[in-house]
Write a protein that binds this ligand. Structure first.
Ligand code: MN
Length: 307
């Protein structure tokens, strides 16, 4: 499940306000699937190392056609794939063939280069989230890798249940790879007021998935992201209905100047351009994938377009 980024993105713009800043995402489409893209967004390129968040599928999970995203490359990031409904099949250039169902996590590390494809295999019900995590300088040129986690920690607090995808929440710690300090969790609330403990060293985001949710006094609808600056040790939440569900994402402010274009994460335009050229030239760094799906060609980078 790729999420091509159409615009070259710039510098990190940290939020400094105490109140959550709620920003509406952008409607788009990937592989025949309606998408709400909530990160990157206006004024926030990253939340900790999280650099990309797509909600895949319509809110009711009913889709006319299965998702189909042919072989495409990545660099310098982890893809974190988490399904809410349905089933998908992941293939990559390491030779991985891995079905994915709700409750399971696929975490693919691109390092210096990988390619993968994704196919919805569940007919008319499909929904999930596609997340990207920027790799730090220390690991971003390393070998690619893939992890599947069939079981993840389930934690409970006061009126709160959560699955810990990455990092730690309450008394749960995920076995998933994290190259920098970060957290990712799928949280479900009983109705009413509660709060979640946060690491004050982290900046955070709340990404609503289902139900009415108020984040520290500010309503946050599905299709939006609520951005929270570092320095908080708890997050007040008000679920206006039982079963309100959201993703909690966070991490230490990334501290490296990330640039993204299409499916590539790098540090400069020159680097993105060389990744683009290598994919067009079928360079070995991206490997190849067995299977019938057609590879996705990269568009021309906008800075190379004339007229
Ligand atoms: Mn992808």
């Amino acid at each position: 499940m790729s999420g091509p980024v159409s615009d070259e993105t710039g510098e990190v713009d940290a939020t400094a306000d105490a109140a959550p800043r709620v920003v509406t995402g952008r409607e788009t489409e990937v592989g025949g699937m309606p998408i709400a893209r909530v990160l990157p967004t206006k004024g926030a390129r990253t939340v900790g190392p999280w650099c990309f968040v797509d909600l895949m599928g319509p809110e009711d999970g009913l889709v006319p056609d299965p998702m189909e995203v042919g072989p495409h490359p990545h660099t310098g990031l982890h893809t974190v794939t988490w399904l809410l409904e349905g089933e998908a099949l992941h293939r990559d250039s390491l030779g991985t063939v891995q079905p994915l169902r709700p409750g399971q996590l696929n975490l693919m590390t691109a390092g210096g280069g990988i390619s993968h494809s994704e196919l919805g295999t569940s007919g008319e019900r499909f929904a999930g989230v596609q997340l990207w995590v920027a790799q730090p300088e220390a690991t971003r040129h390393d070998e690619p890798a893939f992890e599947h986690h069939g079981e993840l920690p389930q934690v409970e607090g006061d009126g709160v249940r959560a699955t810990v995808l990455v990092g730690e929440l309450l008394d749960g710690r995920s076995p998933a790879r994290a190259d920098t300090p970060m957290v990712g969790a799928d949280v479900t609330l009983e109705g009413g007021l509660t709060s979640l403990p946060l690491d004050p060293a982290f900046e955070h985001a709340v990404v609503p998935l289902r139900g009415e949710l108020v984040v520290d006094g500010t309503p946050a609808p599905r299709g939006a992201i609520a951005l929270l600056a570092p320095g908080r040790d708890e997050l007040p939440l008000d679920a206006l209905e039982d079963g309100s569900r959201f993703l909690l994402l966070g991490g230490a402010p990334f501290g490296e100047r990330v640039q993204m274009w299409w499916n590539f994460v790098g540090r400069s335009r020159e680097e993105l351009e060389s990744s683009w050229r290598d994919w067009a030239d079928r360079h070995d760094r991206f490997g190849s994938i067995d299977g019938p799906m057609e590879r996705i060609e990269a568009p021309l980078p906008p800075w190379l377009r004339t007229g």
